[in-house]
Design a binder for this molecule. Structure first.
Ligand SMILES: C[S@@+](CC[C@H](N)C(=O)[O-])C[C@H]1O[C@@H](n2cnc3c(N)ncnc32)[C@H](O)[C@@H]1O
Length: 476
């Protein structure tokens, strides 16, 4: 959709009109990779003082939250119609519709649609170019091959496309949507990608039951792992940005907040389009699929609570991992795992039930690590888990190694932006290192388990001829 962009130089006027106060701070252009950011307009000191400087205040009615989206729908009939037809599934979905509505009102395609709000002009000041990978070119996304983001970005793009097609279907008969969006194909998939990217890279969590929301102007503040500012919210006075204690800032210093200390490099790149090189959080999340020839594979995925994911992370100098699904994946019927379909008494829908050693564990499918640890063959199960873990890591490393040559060639072409190139290369290097360390750690764990008496006896019993086996201890 064509947008009549408003330059960020209009922000001070917009702020005055909407009671946003800059206190010794202003928005400035910080250059290509960071975009805009907040800087100090004079030297500030929060050392040895109780009088911590406030840098910015934003009135509560400008916050875009679940509550305010609903308020806007009450005032704007066109938005109400849109929300009734395509909203109500998630907060994110409703906020995306609100942002789309604002860009429509602010565009020449408006056709007298909707009610202009403070957000209408504000969205027209927001950037078109956001470095999140859902907005990367195909060539740039190729650089993510073999990283944990390869699958995540592909899946996200597929979801976004489904959402956009659903929006088209759900609003095709609303006359203003037809006129402003669909008749001339003014609204494109790229517009949906953009509002999703705005939300992902600019939303934050506020206390006092506000939850996930967007706060204009506060979303101009960039991230640092050593932030010099923080924000707080009070129901009476809205949002304030304050200087952290014990800081001294020169005039023109960048004011920064933390976007979260627990986010991995992949999460930062996925949500914000950059990797903080100072970040010490080295972790990655991979998908795990059951064996293709496992007859119980589909049932295991269906019965498991949540998506089957493997998280590998560094805890101080140790590499650790967690993957509750792996402990379900490694079990067979002979181990005592059983699936049953229970028919409801009224003959309606049947329910999938999971049994372990005869007990119903349908509500605890993510606790198989604990359940198997109480079994006499627990070492055998742990060994199977480690072998599966190593296999998954090997698979991922192979994908990284095999794509390296092509990635290097492509990275130096004009099809790839310099920031995207450096972020993708950084992610590849960092994830490769973590995976290699995890592989070595798994090897050490495997070697220890192979020496376990339980494992040796179990493996011995597997090697025995069938007639002798019936006399030995039954581990199966
Ligand atoms: C909440 S917005 C901050 C304002 C943004 N810079 C702008 O021009 O509108 C978050 C975006 O700012 C950029 N950003 C924030 N902190 C950054 C950092 N430390 N390094 C690089 N880019 C950063 C990223 O593009 C991110 O998606």
């Amino acid at each position: 959709m064509y947008r009549e962009k408003i330059p960020v130089t209009a922000l001070p006027a917009w702020s005055k009109l909407n009671d946003v106060n800059f206190l010794d701070s202003k928005v400035a252009d910080l250059g290509a990779s960071k975009g805009f950011g907040l800087v100090t307009e004079r030297a500030l000191n929060s050392k040895d003082t109780f009088d911590i400087p406030t840098l910015l205040t934003i009135p509560g009615d400008l916050i875009l939250s679940a509550e305010t989206v609903e308020e806007h729908a009450k005032a704007d009939q066109d938005f109400r119609q849109l929300l009734d037809a395509a909203g109500g599934k998630s907060l994110r979905g409703d906020v995306l519709l609100f942002l789309l509505m604002q860009t429509t009102i602010g565009s020449p395609n408006r056709n007298h649609v909707g009610l202009s709000t403070a957000w209408t002009a504000y969205t027209n000041m927001l950037p078109d170019l956001i470095p999140v990978p859902t907005l990367w070119s195909e060539e740039e996304r190729f650089l993510l091959l073999g990283t944990s983001l390869e699958v995540a970005v592909t899946a996200k793009l597929a979801t976004l496309l489904r959402e956009f097609e659903a929006l088209r279907e759900q609003t095709a008969t609303i006359s203003w949507c037809k006129k402003s969006w669909w008749d001339d194909e003014a609204l494109e998939f790229r517009d949906w990608l953009l509002v999703d990217a705005w939300y992902r890279s600019r939303s934050l969590e506020l206390p006092n039951n506000v939850g996930e929301c967007m706060v204009p102007v506060l979303d101009m503040v960039n991230h640092s792992s050593q932030p010099n500012a923080y924000y707080e919210h009070t129901p009476s006075s809205g949002v304030s940005l304050l200087m952290r204690p014990d800081k001294m800032l020169e005039i023109g210093s960048e004011i920064t907040i933390s976007y979260g200390t627990s986010k991995s490099e992949a999460e930062m790149l996925f949500s914000y389009g950059f990797i903080d090189e100072q970040s010490t959080n080295k972790s990655l999340v991979l998908t795990v699929d059951p064996f293709p020839d496992d007859p119980l594979g589909k049932a295991k995925v269906a019965a498991f609570e949540g998506p089957p994911l493997l998280r590998i992370y560094a805890d101080q100098d140790k590499i650790k991992w967690e993957c509750p699904f792996l402990y379900l994946m490694l079990l067979n019927e002979e181990d005592g795992l059983e699936f049953r379909m229970l028919q409801q008494t009224d003959g309606s829908r049947s329910q999938l039930k999971v049994f372990w050693q005869g007990s119903d564990v349908s509500d605890a499918t993510n606790t198989f690590e604990t359940l198997t640890s109480e079994h006499p063959l627990s070492d055998v199960f742990s060994l199977r888990a480690i072998a599966l873990l190593q296999d998954r890591i090997r698979q991922q490393l192979e994908r990284l190694y095999q794509s390296e040559g092509e990635v290097e060639l492509l990275a130096d072409t004009p099809f790839v932006g310099p920031d995207r190139r450096s972020n993708a290369i950084l992610l590849r290097k960092s994830e490769r290192l973590t995976l290699e360390k995890a592989f070595a750690a798994a090897d050490a764990q495997k070697n220890e388990l192979v020496e376990s008496r339980v494992v040796l006896r179990y493996l011995g019993s597997m090697d025995e001829p069938a007639d002798e086996k019936t006399n030995s201890d039954d581990f199966a």
